[in-house]
Write a protein that binds this ligand. Sequence first.
Ligand code: NDP
Ligand code: HEM
Length: 491
Amino acid sequence: MSNQPLTTTDAGCPVASDEYSLTVAAGGPVLLQDAYLIEKLAHFVRERVPDRVYHVKGGGAFGYFEVTADVTEWTKAAFLNEVGKRTPMLVRCSSVAGEEGYPDTDRDVRGFALKFYTEEGNYDLVGNNTPVFFVRDPMKFPDFIHSQERMPDSGLRSNNMQWDFWTLSPESAHQVTILMSDRGTPRNWRHMNGYSSDTYMWENAAGKKFWVKYHFKTEQGIQNFTDAEARAMRAEDLDYHRRDLRDAIARSDYPSWRLEMQIMPYEDAANYRFNPFDVTKVWPHEDYPPITVGRFVLDRNPENFFAQIVQASFDVANFVPGIGPSPDRMVLGRMFAYADSSRYRTGPNYEQLPVNRPLDEVHNYNKDGPMRYDHNGNQPVYAPNSYGGPKADPQRYRDPSWFVEAAEIMRTAYEAHKDDNDFIQPGTLYRQVMTPTDRDHLVDNIVWHLSQGVEPFIQERAVTNYWTKVDPDLGARVAQGLGLRTLQPSR
Ligand code: NDP
Ligand code: HEM
């Protein structure tokens, strides 16, 4: 007798066969009373949940975060309140534009989504492997994503669409410079950094507030593919990044990242030379030097990819006391979209799934809905009530807040700060940070990308209104690579 478990229906009743359907004699019809067959087929066609709307292809692992420096002067977050304290974590890395099955190594931004299972609830930090983003207002986000996806008529992706959107959206120049550099083709997820990109608020026990950016520096070192290497890997292994992380953890080669924080005093924001809440900008290191405060290690692979990675939900609105949003408009837009997406993908009770549920107990007045099983017994279902239901404590837990000047409700750009130009920072990156080899690769990658089905008038705009404004030398080199005469930027 083998030790294999006995097959059962989903109700736990033993079944007779996983091989043969129930038929009338060997050649006769299959019977409707084969309840196990019907359960098996019906369950099979319901195996998928809707994909994430983007960041579909990804992978992830579990691990822990450890505090390495005292940060209590900046935040009262309980999971950060003691050097040496460890908090369990989930990390999901992903590509942005491709579907499940898309090659991992194609040029793209990579997602870097973190879930900290803290004693005061789940804290989710959903970042990317770049410190900036393509747009600064959530209103433009769906249009941006549409431009990266597939054409309505052909179902094909289109570089023409991408460059049309980018060159009409000058705020994208910083992110596109990084995307077109070799950082757009990281060798694998272990060898790339992660950034909050967005700005958040930290608040200490005395109520003092700070604006912060998170930088997770790979302790494996940065490694990128060249464009040619990344494209060659397409043919060799579509799942190269997913496999690399899994294999590394399986052989106990646990990847780790160091957390460095940039911390800006609350009062600095108003007159800082860049708008500090504009996610298309970094805070130069010399202004706000990164401070090392912790590290995380990934040391456990998922046992079930669907249950623990596909159904994982990261929510920008999941803050713990001591951490909150900022006036960064993208954060504020994102605080709506993630939970909304999870409710659509996995239903309103998605936070009861083991991968999403917090370590602490949940008490509130949300009830019922599909697949709800967690409950607090016969507790009151309305507040206020006289029967001992959960009660919020506004003195102890205030919403993190900031002041806005009394003003009209309007649709407008951010208030301009002195150096708020879309091209200054990518220009600095090109001239001062990149090596000559980085610059050569950047030019080659841009020229190749712009040569794949991009209409001549958009190529010209990319030279005049985009790359020449980032740097005249870069513009001239791209023009030359495309076989265009050197064009002057339009005013
Ligand atoms: P610094 O010289 O202090 O920092 C430059 C940073 O750029 C490095 O620390 C490194 O950060 C990152 N970097 C290095 N090579 C590349 C590359 N090929 N592509 C993209 N990033 C690279 O200068 P500043 O802080 O004044 O920033 C100058 C420019 O550097 C910015 O305009 C921005 O484009 C870029 N940058 C700045 C970051 C910041 O937070 N200040 C972060 C990343 C890039 P890391 O180890 O984080 O990758
Ligand atoms: C995923 C919306 C900007 C990083 C998602 C999802 C939505 C969304 C709906 C799918 C969530 C799910 O189904 O679980 C938005 C909106 C944005 C925005 C509306 C702008 C207003 C950004 C920015 C970053 C980012 C600026 C990086 C700093 C990610 C990542 C994922 C993701 C990494 C994948 C998370 C995972 O692994 O599950 N986004 N997003 N997004 N987004 Fe955004």
